[in-house]
Structure formats: C-alpha cells, structure tokens
Design a protein around this ligand. Structure first.
Ligand code: GUN
Length: 289
C-alpha cells in the first residue's frame, strides 16, 4: 500500500486564491482591504524568513500589511504599548507577535494583551477557551490548517481514534480540542506518557507535533491511518525533517503529509483566513458586538 499525499502547498494555494477573490469583492463593495500587523523582535533568522513569507502572502492576496521590526532590547512596557496601539488601529484586523521573543519578555503577558478579536494566531486564552467550550472563535492556525487537510481527505472522522503526540500550547493542546470537537476519541501523548508507541498504534488519525526527527517509525502506524507530521526540524545539512519516518510510513498509511509542503503552508493560510474573518466581523463573539 502506498499512501496518498496531502499536498499542503496545492491546498493552501487554492485557499489563497479564494481569499484573493474575496478581498477583491470587499474592495468592489467599497470596503478597505483586510489589515495584518506583524511584530518581529530581534534578528532570529528563521523568524525573519517566516515574516517575509507572511508579507509575500499578504501582497499576493491583496491584504494591507505592516511589519514592525523591533530591536531585541525593547522593554516589556514598550512592546506592550505597541500591541495596545495596534488594538486601537482600525485599519488593522489581525495582530501577530512572532515568537520566539527575547528571554526578558514575558510572552504570555504580550499574548494576553492582544484584542482576542485580532488574535489571528489563535493563541489568546479567550480563544483557546472558546474552542474548549465548543464555541470556536479565532482558531489556532496549525490545528485549523490540519482540520482543512483532514477535510480534504474526504474521510468522515467522527468517532475515529485520534492520537496527538505533543502537548504544546500552540499546537498539541488546541489540536486535541479541534479533534474532540470533530467527534474523535482523542489521546494526547507527551513527554510523561508511559507508552507513546502504543497510543500511536491505535490511532486512525495520528498527528505528531514534537520536533524530533525520526520519532515516529513505520511500526507505530496503524495500517490505513491518516498521518499528519507537524515536525519541522532543520538537520545539520540544512534540510527540513519531520517527526515521521516518511519512507516507512508512506507504505502503511492511507494519507500522509510531506515535510516540507504539508502542514507548514496550511498554518500560513489559516492565519490569512483568520485575518479575513476578523475584517468581516465574522468571528462569533456576540457579547463583544
Ligand atoms: N513562530 C513560528 N511560527 C509562528 C506562528 O505561527 N505564529 C507566531 N506568532 N510565531 C511563530
């Protein structure tokens, strides 16, 4: 058996084309372009690459975008003032503070300050809480992108066994909540789990979000499972590696994401979709409007 490939690049391209058409429709109605503000602190090379990609995406689909590239010795209070100014800026629908932030910055306090309606990463405790309570508003981008990939398979997922490996705030936890909302029986395996392999082997849907190349060998995969690899680790030769041993897994799974070109482009497009929804006031928070 050879798995079908979930081509995140192609699926994300189609989603960006739909967004571009929707932006044009807004402009035709006399409305302004959706606006995204990205705050980048310091000179982390990987972050600079990510932020450049976000700017390119915005240009392609017609969003207004601003990037504030700030010195890595900015103070907590100066950074907080920047976020508050963007909260008040009516041309900005989405605010993204690129992580990692320098060690002297309290990242949680910065995320807490972002207006939840402009939190297009979906990291704010309010938005995670909404997802936990089955009333999602702004959804975390990587899990949201993965749900689009699962939809693309055409497989009805309600009732399936899903295992998420990794329990991070940004991916593992909201991923489990998304799958639970979709009706899966969810297991989250993490660094204290006694038998992660066993958790993986019973999964119809296996999501690995650890960042450890080679973590998931073929014999952890249930025949016919859908395998989603969130890992993106650069090896010593500069090559991006996922958590899953792709050459083994592809022989056993029914669907699988490649690395690169699987989850990564879907995360980016989910953030654009969140920004568009914020501009359209389509995020259902009735108590705030
Ligand atoms: N750093 C790496 N990926 C991301 C992301 O999706 N959002 C933010 N804010 N920072 C990141």
């Amino acid at each position: 058996m050879s798995a079908k490939i979930l081509d995140g690049n192609a699926i994300a391209r189609t989603a960006r084309e739909a967004l571009k058409a929707a932006v044009e429709a807004r402009l035709d109605r006399g409305e302004r372009a959706p606006g995204l503000a990205v705050i980048l602190v310091g000179n982390d090379p990987a972050s600079e690459v990510y932020v450049r990609a976000k700017r390119r995406d915005c240009e392609e689909i017609g969003f207004h975008s601003i990037i504030q590239h700030l010195s890595d010795n900015i103070s907590q209070s100066d950074l907080e003032e920047r976020v508050e100014a963007l909260n008040r800026d009516s041309s900005i629908d989405g605010i993204l503070v690129q992580s990692p932030l320098p060690a002297h910055i309290d990242e949680d306090r910065i995320i807490d300050l972002i207006d939840p309606l402009k939190d297009v990463d979906g990291f704010h405790p309010y938005n995670i809480g909404r997802l936990a309570l089955r009333r999602p508003s702004v959804r975390s981008c990587t899990p949201m992108g993965i749900m689009l990939l699962l939809e693309h398979t055409g497989v009805p997922i309600r009732g399936l066994d899903a295992t998420v490996i990794g329990a991070s705030n940004h991916v593992g936890r909201p991923m489990g909540l998304e799958l639970l909302l979709a009706g899966c029986t969810v297991t989250t395996a993490h660094k204290f789990s006694r038998d992660t392999a066993e958790c993986a082997r019973r999964a119809d849907i296996l999501v690995s979000a650890v960042g450890k190349p080679g973590l998931v060998p073929g014999d952890w995969i249930k025949p016919g499972a859908i395998v989603i690899d969130v890992g993106m680790t650069r090896d010593e030769r500069g090559k991006l590696r996922g958590d899953v041993v792709f050459d083994e897994a592809v022989e056993i799974a029914s669907w699988i994401t490649p690395v690169p070109g699987g989850v990564g482009p879907m995360t980016r497009v989910a953030m654009l979709q969140n920004t568009f929804a914020a501009a359209e006031h389509a995020l259902d928070i009735p108590d705030r409007r």
